[in-house]
Design a protein around this ligand. Structure first.
Ligand code: AMP
Length: 413
């Protein structure tokens, strides 16, 4: 279905068209009519599916038709990176209409606080905000949301993982009770459903099946204790023809350790975590996108919503918490018929998460065991078929022929 079949305001349609959006993505086709009809919605959709436009286009259509001067939509997001990306998309769609937006997020300099406060007090049609910073502004007493008609919770699962649920509930209490609520989440664990039950009223539900990874991705899994991971990483990278790689770690403390180990070998690696200032993060991301260095090390939480694709390698230093996250991350390689490599390290504690990934992939993955041959000692045994706390023993990974794990390195002459 195409956007011009939706009966959108013609000036909005011109903006959509100018952004080269012609055909709707599946999530857009399923959700936009529901949102335009003013209903509450809970949708499972990953980054990359077009979920942002799925809610922005109906919001903007409403704004252009209502011609109100008040803030009518609030979008809560987990990270400032996502807030900025959404703000940029609004700018694109709004080229031919009179709609304003502001992104409110923490971590900046003092003068940014003042700019944000002024913008909040004077109002913008759409506010995109991280919950902590918005709450801080609301506590100052000047920010009023009496005219909000629509609330969007984007990447709701990440917001809960980051501990924002109390902040969100605080904010919601200060919004008009009569409003439309839209919730997007990459995953739908019970805690998200419980949270949704507190907020949404008779929501329509849209679940998009997680897409399978592209054929061109070489997925490799290595068993390793935490202490073996850095030497294993160094070994694998040495042999690799790395063009651009993101290494995802679930622990902030590991980011510096990984970077130090790679820098010692004269590899240019840089990192982002919540410890960095906003300006530092932006510089690191911009330089990576511009291919000024090849290795980016990032924490899990920050990695979602970063709009970087076309990687030659993705490395999961730890197994992602959600199987959907795994699929999404490795989808950043092997775009447009190219090939890519996705590497995942599995320690003993994360083994149960592999079962979720295998379920989504609909196949058992080969777990390589090479630490001993690298002189790093034995790797943890993979206990297949295990539940989180009760593994069954299996030696099926042993005695398997070793696979060649990377494309051969290009020799410099
Ligand atoms: P999202 O999942 O919202 O982060 O979107 C992923 C990417 O797809 C972004 O770069 C969007 O600009 C782009 N995109 C989303 N929907 C469409 C569409 N219908 N046509 C073309 N590009 C799209």
């Amino acid at each position: 279905m195409q956007f011009n079949e939706l009966n959108l305001h013609e000036n909005l349609l011109s903006g959509v068209d100018a952004m080269n959006y012609i055909q709707m993505s599946p999530i857009q086709e399923l959700t936009i009519p529901i949102i335009l009809a003013g209903k509450d919605l809970i949708a499972s959709a990953q980054t990359g599916t077009g979920k942002t436009a799925a809610y922005l286009i109906p919001l903007l259509d409403h704004i252009i038709r209502s011609q109100s001067n008040q803030t009518s939509a609030l979008v809560l997001v987990p990270t400032r990176e996502l807030a900025k990306q959404i703000d940029e998309q609004i700018e694109g769609f709004s080229y031919f209409i009179n709609a304003t937006s502001i992104a409110i997020y923490g971590g900046g300099k003092g003068e940014e606080w003042d700019q944000q406060r002024k913008a909040l007090v004077h109002g913008a049609d759409i506010i995109i905000a991280t919950p902590g910073r918005l709450m801080a502004h609301m506590n100052s007493g000047e920010v009023k949301f009496d005219h909000i008609k629509c609330l969007v919770l984007d990447e709701a699962d990440k917001m809960l993982d980051m501990g924002f649920s109390d902040d969100i509930l605080f904010i919601l209490k200060r919004l008009p009770a009569k409003r439309q609520n839209l919730m997007f989440s990459a995953t739908m664990p019970k805690k998200i459903r419980d949270f949704a039950n507190k907020i949404l009223h008779n929501p329509e539900e849209v679940r998009l099946a997680t897409s399978k990874p592209a054929e061109g991705i070489d997925q490799q899994f290595y068993l390793a204790n935490d202490t073996q991971k850095i030497p294993l990483l160094v070994h694998l990278l040495k042999d690799a023809d790395v063009q651009s790689v993101i290494i995802f770690s679930s622990q902030k403390a590991m980011i510096d350790k990984i970077i130090r180990s790679l820098t010692k070998l004269k590899w240019d690696a840089r990192g982002i975590s919540s410890d960095n200032s906003q300006e530092e993060r932006e510089n690191v991301l911009r330089d990576f996108k511009n291919k000024q260095y090849k290795i980016l090390v990032a924490t899990d939480v920050l990695s979602r919503g970063i709009d970087i694709n076309n990687l030659s390698h993705v490395i999961n230093f730890d197994v992602p918490r959600d199987a959907e996250d795994y699929i999404h991350r490795i989808g950043r390689t092997a775009r447009a018929e190219t090939t890519g490599t996705a590497i995942t390290f599995i320690n003993e504690k994360d083994q149960y998460r592999i079962r979720g990934i295998e379920k989504l992939l609909e196949k058992e993955v080969e777990k390589q065991n090479i630490t001993e041959s690298l002189g790093l000692g034995p790797a943890p045994e993979f206990k297949s078929g295990g539940e989180k706390n009760g593994f069954k023993k299996s030696n099926s990974h042993k005695n398997k022929p070793k696979r060649k794990f990377f494309r051969p390195a290009k020799k410099s002459s």
